[in-house]
Design a binder for this molecule. Structure first.
Ligand SMILES: NC(=O)c1ccc[n+]([C@@H]2O[C@H](COP(=O)([O-])OP(=O)(O)OC[C@H]3O[C@@H](n4cnc5c(N)ncnc54)[C@H](O)[C@@H]3O)[C@@H](O)[C@H]2O)c1
Length: 304
């Protein structure tokens, strides 16, 4: 085994898969863990089976310097209808992982993937890491509780950790949320597409490569003292704008109309202050247009 080993929990998901690819390309040994019976990557892999035993086993058995938790439920709407399931996936899972790290890998650096959902509808923009926590969904609350557990393990046991709050991450491999929904529906029909909301709602989109890059920079440069980092582009984009760009990039004929209904649990406007991340020498590398084109290229390949 090389000197550089990373454990990625949720290795088969959207963010986890990109992390696996990046660290393999960077010469690391990668250990993955997920619910699937086997990994789609060429890595050492353990299936997550038993909620209580899983982390103890893997963390005692392997040695690694870095760990990222990219597992959990990422679906806000699911958390509204299944709050306890969301709590188990986003909070309880984290506490069990922290406990195993405390016992068996106390020197490991841990990055916890939380979410901008902890902010809910912010009182002002751009949002800084010090701003008020005001979740508007069970998902946001459970992410916040998991963050608090990370801080607890850092302050009480000295566990080396950092918490990231990604805003809206997109890129090849993302098979959920708005952009995937638009792709699937535009694939199936040529007529107008009805979407929730007014279209004027805004999000702060970051391309997946820049999220992965920011995680690596945090591992290298953060003091790992439970610091919290916004992960975003720092640019505000309306839903109407990004959907229009995707339809164009896909060469689809569909028009879009917004039904004006607001989905419970979804915030109105988001824009991040990313100066804390930039202070670690981070700079974005993929702009929105290029990111959408890369996403559309991947989606078009799925059509073939
Ligand atoms: N994609 C985004 O825009 C975004 C934004 C902010 C935060 N996040 C957070 O990042 C994390 C990853 O998001 P994603 O988009 O890759 O989601 P995803 O659904 O693609 O991947 C999550 C992975 O976690 C796995 N998983 C669930 N429970 C597990 C368990 N008990 N043990 C091991 N693996 C388990 C799932 O099988 C899945 O492969 C989630 O916690 C999500 O809330 C995502």
């Amino acid at each position: 085994m090389s000197l550089k080993t990373i454990l990625i929990i949720g290795s088969e998901g959207f963010i986890g898969s990109h992390l696996v690819g990046f660290y393999i390309r960077s010469g690391w040994d990668v250990i993955g863990m997920d619910l699937a019976g086997s990994s789609k990557h060429d890595i050492q892999y353990q299936q997550f089976v038993d909620q209580d035993e899983a982390f103890e086993g893997i963390i005692q058995h392997f040695s690694f310097e870095r760990c990222v938790n990219a597992a959990g439920n990422g679906d806000v709407n699911f958390s509204v209808t299944h709050p306890y399931e969301d709590f188990k996936a986003n909070t309880l899972l984290t506490i069990k992982l922290l406990e195993a790290l405390r016992k068996y890998a106390p020197q490991c650096k841990y990055i916890h993937i939380s979410s901008a959902a902890v902010y809910g509808n912010p009182a002002k923009l751009p949002i800084t890491e010090q701003d008020e926590i005001n979740p508007v969904s069970p998902y946001g609350w459970h992410k916040f509780l998991a963050e608090q557990s990370c801080i607890e393990y850092n302050k009480t046991y000295g566990l080396l950790c950092a918490i990231i709050r990604p805003f809206s991450v997109f890129g090849p491999g993302l098979r959920k949320q708005l952009l995937w929904d638009v792709y699937k529906r535009s694939h199936d029909l040529n007529g107008p597409l009805e979407l929730w909301g007014t279209g004027a709602e805004t999000r702060d989109y970051i391309f997946i490569d820049d999220l992965i890059h920011s995680i690596d920079i945090i591992f290298d440069h953060s003091q790992m003292n439970a610091s919290i980092y916004n992960i975003a582009s720092g640019e505000m984009t309306s839903i109407s704008d990004i959907v229009t760009k995707l339809i164009l990039a896909l060469n689809r004929p569909n028009s879009i109309y917004f039904n004006g209904n607001i989905l419970k649990g979804n915030p109105i406007n988001w824009k991040a202050d990313i100066s804390k991340l930039k202070s670690l020498s981070y700079a974005p590398t993929v702009n929105l247009e290029d990111g959408i084109n890369k996403l559309a290229e991947w989606m078009k390949q799925l059509d073939q």
